[in-house]
Design a binder for this molecule. Structure first.
Ligand code: SF4
Length: 491
């Protein structure tokens, strides 16, 4: 083209390379940790030459899955240090070797599976207890070149080389085959959850089984067990009131007090303690001795990495209001017999569960947080979907099945399969990348399809390593003879 020299683009590239080298030399600071994590994830290393700081050859068969929550940066990596065999474990990325002790990882049980410490650079070659790799020595291009390349990637995406061995077999399934596979997996999940409710109901009654399921789900993976334990104590809290309902405030005193989540207002480090907290504390103070044996040990709670909306104190306050409402269970059962359009299911359940605005909880996330600029609801639609798919619908389905009521059974099952999908969580995102190469689930998006995908992860991925070794799923999909031809038909 006139006016555009033939080697223009090459010159731009060379200019970029020179400026990159200059920037590299001028770089005053070590790179951000996130860049190191991206280099590790994409293995931008001279992979046939990498050694640990004590001189052992390091072969990375799989860098592991990036963990965006508390704990080591990468889970389930497969690496070989020195002689075979390769080992499966976690990888922690830090700027310096000292980060390990500085962050107290050596005493944190979440880090006990770490088999490699990846650092930017290491001052020496000393052999430590934990194998260490100093990345600076092994990157395959200057950092100034890697930085824009990695910055241009979607960091949330799994590199293509790390996708699961089932991606191709799944993508070859005939039209409708993949949808049916997800549906069947989702049904297995529904049956398993329902069976647990049925077993628990035999010993504790249906209502108690429901509360235990709800409390566990309100614990939102970090605090499932302490919340479940509190639900097991509900009959103990109710003892001595002769069937009279407890007020929402009374439930909060008992639940938060036994949970150990009521801060002592006199020990609070800041002024202006809310009168609501003082009132709860004063009431709990008189009761404490009575529940001394039931107190939940502080170490059982996990607060790191949870959103304020999911703080267990806030969830317990919500449960307290539900427990205090004598019509709550009737409303739930009434919801099942109402005719409701599928798209309105989450909103209508949320309406039945929403609690009136509260002077304290609408304006504070937790019992320790400050006053919010605007009021917050108790519950959002995302959490309602979790509670519906994991607790309420399996419970209603199980109860209807046990009671021999085919009409209610059919309604509960219909709602389970028709419920609109919620946003992907971290597990679902990884599953979509690993099994579907990031493609979407069938449309319209249904929560049951997400449940089906989670069930496949549980049944297959959780029993194989990151390399998919020994996973029979790809062969099973192939052998099912449902192939429909070219890859790419999943979406
Ligand atoms: S472990 Fe099995 S199911 Fe999971 S991604 Fe690999 S091949 Fe697929």
């Amino acid at each position: 083209m006139a006016g555009f020299p033939e080697d223009q683009y090459q010159r731009w590239r060379r200019a970029r390379s020179v400026s990159a080298q200059l920037r590299e030399q001028e770089r005053p600071q070590p790179p951000p940790e996130r860049l190191l994590q991206l280099i590790w994830l994409h293995q931008r290393l001279r992979r046939d030459d990498v050694h640990t700081t004590d001189g052992q050859p390091l072969v990375v068969l799989h860098p592991g899955f990036w963990n965006r929550e508390a704990g080591p940066d990468f889970r389930e990596a497969v690496i070989q240090i020195g002689e075979p065999p390769a080992r499966v474990g976690d990888v922690e990325v830090d700027l310096w070797p000292g980060g390990w002790s500085q962050h107290q990882h050596q005493v944190n049980p979440a880090y006990r599976k770490v088999i490699l410490h990846v650092v930017w650079e290491s001052p020496g070659t000393a052999s430590g207890a934990l194998p260490t790799m100093a990345m600076r020595e092994w990157i395959d291009a200057p950092l100034a070149q890697l930085e824009p390349w990695l910055g241009g990637l979607n960091a949330a995406e799994l590199p293509p080389a790390l996708r699961g061995a089932c991606v191709d077999p799944l993508s070859r399934l005939a039209a409708g085959g993949f949808e049916e596979l997800l549906r069947q997996a989702a049904r297995v999940r529904l049956e398993q959850k329902a069976a647990r409710f049925q077993a628990r109901a035999r010993h504790a009654g249906w209502e108690q089984a429901l509360w235990e399921g709800l409390f566990g789900a309100l614990g939102y993976k970090h605090n499932v067990w302490p919340l479940r334990r509190l639900a097991e104590l509900l009959p103990r809290f109710r003892a001595g009131v002769d069937g009279r309902p407890l007020s929402a405030r009374r439930w909060q005193v008992l639940l938060l007090g036994v949970a150990g989540l009521l801060p002592d207002p006199s020990a609070r480090p800041f002024r202006g303690v809310d009168a609501f907290l003082i009132a709860l504390w004063n009431e709990w103070w008189r009761e404490r001795a009575r529940f001394a044996e039931e107190l939940i040990p502080r170490g059982l709670w996990r607060f790191h990495g949870i959103r304020p909306a999911n703080h267990p104190a806030r969830r317990l306050a919500l449960a307290a209001h539900w427990l205090a409402d004598p019509a709550w269970l009737d409303r739930l059962e009434g919801w099942l017999v109402e005719d409701i359009p599928d798209r309105r299911l989450p909103a209508t359940l949320l309406e039945r569960w929403q609690v009136a605005p509260h002077d304290y909880w609408s304006w504070h996330w937790t019992l320790r947080s400050g006053h919010l600029a605007r009021p917050r609801p108790w519950l959002g639609q995302q959490r309602v979907t979790d509670l519906a798919m994991n607790v309420v619908l399996p419970w209603l389905w199980s109860r209807a099945g046990t009671g021999g009521d085919p009409a209610l059974l059919g309604r509960a099952e219909h709602r389970y399969f028709a419920w609109p999908a919620a946003q992907d969580n971290a597990v679902l995102r990884l599953a979509r990348q690993r099994l579907l190469a990031g493609r979407s689930l069938p449309r319209p998006r249904r929560a049951a399809d997400q449940q089906g995908l989670l069930q496949i992860v549980r049944d297959f991925c959780d029993h194989a390593d990151a390399l998919c070794q020994s996973c029979p799923f790809p062969d099973l999909v192939n052998a099912a003879g449902l192939s429909g031809g070219q890859p790419g038909e999943v979406d």
